[in-house]
Design a binder for this molecule. Structure first.
Ligand code: ADP
Ligand code: ZN
Ligand code: ZN
Length: 842
């Protein structure tokens, strides 16, 4: 193949298509679909990805430029992933390059750098041999520059200007005259990690001989050789270690290397975030009959190497993880690979341990707490075939396996599977689509499946993507689900209890303290914020750019905007009225901690929230302390609800269950139900029976009633009724379009134009109309209205919500109307963001 189509790394409308490049002879054996290349583009060199290969076209190719360089030995993408990217582009109305970039570790985001080498003397000199310019003698500085470059063959411009800080003009002159030449080359943000290592360059016998004839004064050199000889089986040693053990200098080692007796070279090392940790090996457990049934069904599909989607609805503790482990084992036996997706927040060491314990080194782990370097190395482990299982958060769905057999998504209802930045993809949909194209199976596991998945499984639609419902109703260890008590907090208040702890919860905690058992306390922080308010005049400290209240951070004693990062000192007196009664509000975990200390003197509390888990590894450290029973209570936000399995936890308390119920989000009830069910599942997972106490101001709400009865089906029934009546998913799909501009009147006009454009375009295709029409395809648009955050980073925001149902291509319709509007708006500061199937509505 002599020609390649390349997608370049510039996310704009005009570059959102492949460009043609010639493949030079020397690169032909290397270039494949998925290769990352450096290509000339205008005056720049850009990184790009080869998306297809073609024979030399018959048309004139002299205009076509050649690919300049190839950036990896092994292509980081594959034809399969490129196709997936093309699907994402359509599905989420994003650019192809944005989709492709989201599949790769940050380390591979290369940028062009400028390099200087000696020129061939062409330039002004050659063109105008007797110009005055060419005749000028080179200055001393210029001579130094030329000497510097010629000694090194090639230097980066950065290096050169660092060595000669005031030579910019001179360098430019030399380039113009052709004495120096400049070219660009892509350099990765991050390099492979290497280490200087020392090895023996001679055989053992030769080394003995050398040692025997060594002059006595070269004692140091002798020691080094001796040491290397003693190392079995003569593996190179890290230079650093050698220097440290023997107390010798690098110069001494170098002297030996110069004599040709030892080698001194760079060897590649892999950064392994789990190096040095021992994982207890585990054996497959004998399955319970419920597990066996589920396992057999999934394996049937695996053995046929067919595509299939399973929704595994199993109560907390029903042994879903064991199903994951054993189906993965089957998949590996077939020589295929597996992806396990877990929500970021539950990627705890406990979770990792279960997979590493079963599959050892074949497991790669990817989460956001890894450094860029560690992530890159874990990714390469997958790409180079050294790993065949990956356990990771959302983006692990793009793991570059070449023979994928199984994708597992644990806690499939979690909103963190949706990416909130472009490309705004949902990992569940990507997983199902990817598996469909590669003939792999998908397991979506949850104790509280999303209504979308559950509805699709129940409706038994005859399509390839509707999941098969598999259920596990009993806990694997045979113990019961914990008893749940709902406490009406209004009642408590009426009876004079002003504490945030109801009397039953107070008693229950006291009982645990007596018996030496442990308690998990959840504070549902969704919907709360800790803001600063003046009690005298009601002033609330807000962000000057974003129209939302600032969040109080105790540790740094300042106020921060969680949207734009604005920070300010906490005011001592009210800026409006001068009152001193200004303080922070909201039920922070900190306040709960203080209250616990007051009620139970000497109680040991571990607090887990954004403030105590910012440092790398702190999350793990806190959990370890709790497991080792260094605390009586684990108190925290959503973080404590997920995936923890501690034998001595017999009490779970929820401080206020309904704080999130009134948020303007149609999933508020679903999220509340899920959270309560999850956290209740933390209690009594082992021998000791568990108890759950839920405090609520609206105990009659169906999400709380059904959560307390562990009754998912009744909850679904009630919730689906609401969704159907109000036309919300799963009875239709949504597209949230947010427009932003610095000038409000202009923005309002454009938002109205947008809505009108959608209406008339949909009308033209016969789709426009209310969703009450239960027949064919329908599309309706709500808005424009001001966004829940009406101003962000000094830009005003308006939104429209498109509701639609049917087989139409509503995404491409939305995209084309948005692009037309953007084209017609002469001023380019209008921004339009399209969120297909949004999860965050506020
Ligand atoms: P889930 O992921 O569904 O919440 P887990 O996989 O964590 O449940 O299982 C709960 C507990 O039951 C774990 O301690 C696990 O080791 C145990 N377990 C699961 N399956 C079996 C089995 N077949 N035999 C014995 N114990 C099991
Ligand atoms: Zn005030
Ligand atoms: Zn702000």
């Amino acid at each position: 193949m002599e020609m390649a189509r390349v997608i370049v790394d510039v996310p704009s409308k005009d570059t959102d298509r492949p460009f043609d490049y010639l493949i030079p002879e020397r690169l032909r054996p290397w270039i494949e679909v998925g290769s990352r290349v450096g290509v000339p583009f205008g005056h720049r060199t850009l990184q790009g990805f080869v998306v297809s290969l073609h024979p030399r076209p018959e048309m004139e190719t002299s205009k076509m430029k050649p690919i300049q360089e190839i950036l990896d030995v092994m292509p980081p993408l594959s034809p399969e992933l490129i196709e997936l990217g093309e699907w994402m582009k359509e599905r989420y109305a994003c650019r192809l390059i944005t989709a492709l970039q989201s599949m790769l570790p940050t380390a591979l985001k290369g940028k062009a750098e400028r390099y200087i080498s000696l020129g061939d003397g062409s330039g002004l000199e050659a063109e105008q041999p007797d110009s005055l310019f060419a005749l000028l003698p080179e200055s001393e500085l210029e001579q130094q520059l030329i000497a510097f470059v010629s000694q090194r063959g090639e230097v980066s411009l950065q290096q050169l200007t660092r060595a000669f800080p005031d030579a910019a003009q001179a360098i430019k002159g030399l380039i113009e005259r052709g004495r120096l030449s400049e070219h660009q080359q892509i350099k990765d943000k991050l390099q492979k990690k290497t280490l200087k290592a020392v090895g023996l360059a001679v055989t053992a016998e030769e080394a003995e001989g050398i040692l025997a004839s060594f002059p006595a004064k070269a004692r140091r050199q002798k020691e080094i050789l001796q040491h290397l000889l003693e190392m079995e089986p003569f593996l190179p040693l890290p230079l650093k270690d050698l220097l440290q053990t023997l107390g010798v200098t690098a110069g001494t080692v170098k002297a030996l290397a110069d004599k040709g007796w030892v080698t001194l070279e760079d060897v590649e090392v892999f950064r392994d975030p789990y190096r040095g940790r021992n994982f207890k090996p585990s054996e497959p457990l004998a399955l319970t009959s419920e597990q066996q049934h589920v396992y057999d069904r999934i394996v049937r599909t695996l053995d046929q190497r067919a595509h299939g989607v399973f929704l595994l609805h199993g109560v907390t503790g029903s042994g879903k993880t064991e199903i994951y482990l054993q189906t993965i084992a089957r998949c590996l036996d077939q020589g295929r690979q597996a992806i396990v997706l877990v929500p970021e927040i539950s990627l705890t060491p406990q979770m990792v341990e279960r997979f590493k314990g079963r599959f050892g080194d074949r497991v790669a782990v990817m989460h956001s707490r890894l450094s860029d370097g560690e992530r890159y190395d874990e990714w390469r482990k997958i790409r180079e075939g050294r790993a065949s299982v990956v356990v990771g958060a959302r983006s692990a769905v793009f793991a570059p396996f070449d023979n994928l057999g199984l994708i597992i998504m644990d806690e499939e209802h979690e909103t963190s599977y949706k990416q909130e930045e472009t490309p705004k993809y949902h990992a569940r949909d990507v997983a199902i689509h990817r598996a469909y194209r590669t003939g792999a199976a998908v397991i979506l596991g949850s104790a509280t499946p999303s209504l979308e998945s559950y509805h699709a499984a129940r409706s038994q639609a005859q399509d390839d993507f509707a999941p098969v419902l598999l259920e596990m109703k009993a806990r694997a260890l045979g113990n019961k689900l914990p008893a749940v008590r709902v406490i009406d907090m209004r009642e408590e208040l009426r009876e004079g209890n002003r504490s945030m702890f109801s009397r039953p919860l107070h008693e229950a905690i006291a009982g645990r303290l007596e018996r030496g058992e442990q308690t998990v306390l959840l504070l549902n922080r969704r919907g709360y914020s800790t803001f600063v308010m003046c009690r005298s005049c009601g002033y609330v400290a807000g962000c000057p750019e974003c129209d939302i209240s600032l969040t109080y951070h105790q540790k740094s004693n300042n106020l921060r905007c969680h949207y734009c990062g604005y920070a300010a000192k906490t005011p001592e007196v009210c800026p409006d009225c001068g009152s001193e009664h200004i303080r922070y509000f909201g039920t922070g975990t900190q306040r709960v901690e203080e209250e616990l200390a007051k009620l139970f003197p000497g109680i040991r509390v571990i607090r887990m929230d954004v403030d105590t888990t910012t440092e790398k590894g702190s999350h793990e450290k806190l959990l370890k302390q709790f497991r080792e029973k260094k605390a009586d209570v684990l108190l925290g936000t959503q973080m404590v609800a997920k995936g923890l399995d501690f034998p001595d936890v017999t009490l779970v308390g929820v401080i206020t269950a309904d704080s999130a119920l009134n948020l303007p989000d149609f999933r508020a009830a679903e999220k509340t139900f899920q959270l309560l069910t999850q956290v209740a599942g933390r209690a009594g997972r082992h021998q000791l029976p568990g108890e759950v106490v839920i405090q609520s101001y609206t105990p009659e709400h169906y999400s709380i009633v059904h959560a307390s009865g562990h009754d998912y089906l009744s909850f679904v029934k009630d919730e689906l009724k609401h969704r159907k009546a109000l036309h919300y998913p799963p009875y239709c799909r949504l597209i949230l379009v947010t427009l932003s501009h610095e000038q409000l009147p202009l923005l309002v006009r454009m938002a109205e134009n947008f809505a009108a454009g959608i209406k008339s375009e949909a009308d033209r295709r016969g789709w426009f109309g209310s969703l009450d029409r239960f027949d064919a395809s329908a599309l309706d648009i709500l808005g424009p209205v001001a966004s829940p955050i009406p101003r962000l980073k000094n830009r005003y925001r308006f939104q429209c919500m498109i509701k639609w149902r049917g087989t139409m291509d509503a995404v491409s319709l939305t995209r084309s109307v948005a692009e037309q509007l953007q084209d017609s708006a002469r001023d380019s500061t209008l921004q339009i963001s399209i969120d297909v199937d949004p999860q965050m509505l506020m």
